[in-house]
Design a protein around this ligand. Structure first.
Ligand code: ATP
Ligand code: PRP
Ligand code: NIO
Length: 483
């Protein structure tokens, strides 16, 4: 949770900053764009998250005396004048970004950084670190939400997360993706996420009997206690004891909130427990389940008719265990020439999907008259903004023969200005606004794009100018190879 993060970068960034400084090129203007190439989990979309952390990082970005002392001890022998300059450093560039909660797609800029090459290079590592992790977890959460849209989802991952920052920012990302609460109290305090908790097996084990343990817990927490019923035998001991406790609460005019199942066959046990609770007149008592759940087990349990109202999801969500990294990259798309013009740059690869798209770009979401998104459209800022009524040509950059003209549409600009010349111009929205925005974003898309398995591929199209510029630069580089 440390806020002094200037050294939260790779050494090569500092070395490139230094080399530019020695070379006298450090003030050259540069534009970088962060994007990912492949959607995680076989999903049809990703949920952008990480902007709040990025904005905090950029605002606070300073090298302390200690940082600079540490740098002075490095084998690179950075010149004292360079280190002096680092003490004065603060971010003076501009950043545009997708809003948190936005549905985002491969190969479109999610964060665009413009500034001196020195500052834009420094921030690569941290921006990717925040964006890659938080976007991944928000996307995983959104997938889980999709299979249990009407149920309550609790984030339980902290103990199995990849350390503290991942737990806390992961809890926030899960909330953006549609979870309802977290067990992490620090995340609750920092972000205002609702917090929830039941109890551990140790609570039951620390008493002479399960009944005593349940009664004691209910007494202390009369409002909405949830009892863990699988410490000894779920149906023979746990559920009957929980029913006894609920009855005692009823006698005092109080209500038990739920029971939690944490092992065994969750479908069978939940169905049986539901029957037992209902027969005891406790139809209001909810059933919470946990135990290594993810979207696949939850979907399967629902297909089996499991009587589960609330899902506690830990490890699989917070570690995105089926795909532990998003793989987002940060590429230089424009650099100032020695004569002061901005020149588009390209990164060539033998894999066509990895060839970067040159030039500083804007992203528009093209929405039809039916209110549904048709494609995203990437153009240069100097191109005329696509607008309602105008005609645009949509074609697939990898398969340019797949094209269609669209006349009636609304073009929603997706990249928001966050920093302009070092000043934060974007007011970070409250978390609940981000959640609502995420819901609005989901509503823009046909279900074909949102389904969990084999979703339709949503198109990200280049304007003709962007596409042509890319082909020209590829051709130029091939020419250089020949020469
Ligand atoms: N009916 C079911 N259908 C599909 N998966 C289930 C069902 N019931 C439970 N599961 C899942 O199967 C896995 C069972 O794992 P495991 O064998 O570790 O559970 P367990 O019986 O609870 O053992 P333990 O007591 O060690 O936790 C968990 O991921 C759980 O969520
Ligand atoms: O399975 P996950 O999705 O990761 O969810 C979190 C798990 O953490 C707890 O188990 P743990 O054994 O750590 O503690 P306990 O003794 O309280 O059960 C809890 O009971 C869940 O099973
Ligand atoms: O409150 C719970 O039940 C809980 C919290 C964290 C991890 N497992 C369960």
């Amino acid at each position: 949770m440390r806020r002094e993060l200037a050294l939260h970068t790779d050494k090569y960034q500092i070395n490139m900053m230094y080399a530019h400084w020695v070379n006298g090129t450090h003030k050259r203007k540069a534009v970088f764009e962060a994007y990912f190439r492949k959607l995680p989990f076989g999903n049809g979309f990703a949920v952008f998250a990480g902007l709040e952390r990025i904005a905090q990082y950029i605002s606070d970005l300073r090298f302390t005396e200690d940082d600079v002392r540490y740098l002075s001890e490095q084998e690179e022998n950075y010149a004292p004048a360079f280190l002096e300059e680092l003490l004065q450093f603060h971010f003076q560039g501009s950043i545009h970004s997708m809003k948190e909660g936005a549905l985002v797609f491969p190969d479109e800029p999610l964060v665009r950084v413009e500034g001196s090459i020195m500052e834009a290079q420094l921030v690569e590592t941290a921006i990717l670190n925040f964006m890659n992790y938080q976007t991944l977890i928000a996307t995983k959460a959104s997938r889980i939400k999709q299979v249990a849209p009407g149920d309550t989802l609790l984030e339980f991952g902290t103990r199995r997360a990849q350390e503290a920052d991942a737990a806390v920012w992961g809890a926030r990302a899960a909330y953006i993706g549609g979870f309802h609460a977290t067990s992490n109290m620090l995340a609750g305090r920092m972000f205002g996420i609702p917090t929830k908790g039941t109890h551990a097996h140790s609570w039951v084990q620390s008493f002479a009997s399960e009944q005593e343990a349940f009664d004691a817990y209910a007494k202390v927490m009369p409002d909405g206690v949830t009892l863990l019923v699988d410490t000894f035998d779920t149906l023979r001991s746990g559920v009957p004891h929980a029913i006894n406790t609920a009855k005692k609460l009823e006698a005092q005019g109080k209500r038990m909130n739920g029971i939690r199942l944490d092992s065994g066959d969750l479908a069978y046990l939940s169905i049986q427990a539901r029957k037992m609770l209902d027969e005891a007149g406790l139809d209001y008592v909810k059933i919470v389940a946990s135990n290594d759940l993810d979207e696949n087990t939850i979907m399967d349990l629902k297909l089996q008719g499991a009587a589960i109202d609330t899902w506690g999801v830990g490890t699989q969500l917070i570690t995105a265990s089926d795909q532990p990294s998003l793989g987002g990259v940060y590429k230089l798309v424009e650099i100032e020439s020695p004569t002061g013009e901005m020149i588009p740059t390209i990164k060539i690869s033998s894999n066509p999907e990895k060839v970067s798209t040159p030039g500083k770009k804007e992203v528009f979401r093209i929405v039809g008259t039916n209110g549904k998104a048709m494609a995203d459209y990437i153009s240069f800022p100097e191109e005329e903004t696509p607008r309602s009524g105008g005609r645009i040509k949509l074609f697939n950059p990898l398969h340019p023969y797949l094209r269609k003209n669209v006349d009636k549409y609304e073009a929603l600009p997706m990249l928001e200005p966050i920093f302009v010349n070092g000043f934060q111009v974007y007011k970070l929205p409250a978390l609940d606004e981000i959640r609502s925005y995420h819901q609005e974003q989901l509503d823009l898309f046909w279900p074909e794009y949102l389904r969990k398995l084999n979703p339709e591929v949503y198109r990200v199209n280049l304007s003709e100018k962007v596409w042509t510029r890319k082909q020209e630069l590829i051709a130029e580089h091939m020419q250089q190879d020949v020469e």
